[in-house]
Ligand binder design. Sequence first.
Ligand code: MN
Length: 408
Amino acid sequence: MTRTIKFYETTLRDGEQTPGINYFAEEKLEIARALADMGFDTLDCGFPISGEPEFEAVQLIARNVHNAEICAIARAFPGDIDRAWEAVKDATHSAVQPFVSTSPLHREAKLGKTRPEVLELARTAVARTRAYTDHADFALEDTTRTEHDFILEVVDAIMKEGVRFVTICDTVGFAMPWEFGELIDELRREFPTIRISAHCHDDLGLAVANAITALRHGAERVDTCFNGLGERAGNAATEEVVMAVRTRRKDMDLDVAVDTTQIIPTSRLIARLSGMQPQWTKAVVGANAFAHGGGIHQDGVLKDARTYEIMRPEDIGLPAHERRMHVGKLSGRAALNAQLAELGYTLTPEQTSRAFELVKHVLGKKKVLEEMDLRRCAETAINPSAAVEALANEGVVAEGAVAERTAG
Ligand code: MN
């Protein structure tokens, strides 16, 4: 039977830890509303102990967003947990997720704590959170660099305290997909009732692969950030996990319960408020994700988009006209014709051939073809003498006049 995966959407927390991002409270609320409306289950909204503005932003979301679970994180200290609960307690659906580092490197270099001390922090953190809510999740920071016997010890202790989701973290993006899958298998074998959330980072570009692997191995939930934001190289990208599962749902026996048609609007909202545009070739939401540059590809897409597109632009909310046929050095006549038709030109085959030659000529001198260049190539191809006159009237003559005035 197809299983619907859950999301712990952390754009507002790990995503805000992206160096360079600073959302104001109202902006966090706007993003939270968009994420909740899309259908994400839990929104990780922040780290209330880190300061008053963060506390207030999380509380604002908790009081105003009713169609998602509102979660806050806390170190495994009583004061942190109390503050996190205080921030989310007014929500219609609330949760708190304390965390502690479990790996030897983090225990020794960062925390200065022994295994028994870390174990006790984890146990008491879950116990304290449970005193407030049944929705007590717990994250083992840097799980993937932790001794397996210690992972099992910590998980055993927090499960006995009534933890809900156990978040297995590849905090530094170190895990290989097969190792991550084996770890999930081991945990499910040892603890048949465990509910796992997978938190994956992209330091080696494997965050989404690891997240999907965790889901395939029985994790119920994944932690993701829109546009792949997050610490360093970011987290598993929300839109990539959503569309990977949706596109291959039949083969995975998994599906998502989110409104995919809001992916582009939400991605753009977050890009605008974060000030960070996704890279052009970014999967799903990059400016080039539905753009075609090679002549063979363009010809195929113009005949049937499925030849080179595995997702439909409309399914992610990308307006059809934003599917681009890039006219460049490697593009073909089909794309040029399509582009010129959009600009209102209808060319005969001979005129197309002339325009095509002109375009290639211009691209030997200029990096990028602008709309005016395309128009000139088309007009010159249709009527060489008229186009040259038009050129003289608008551009060359005017420039000459400016040069004269400057000289004078
Ligand atoms: Mn993280």
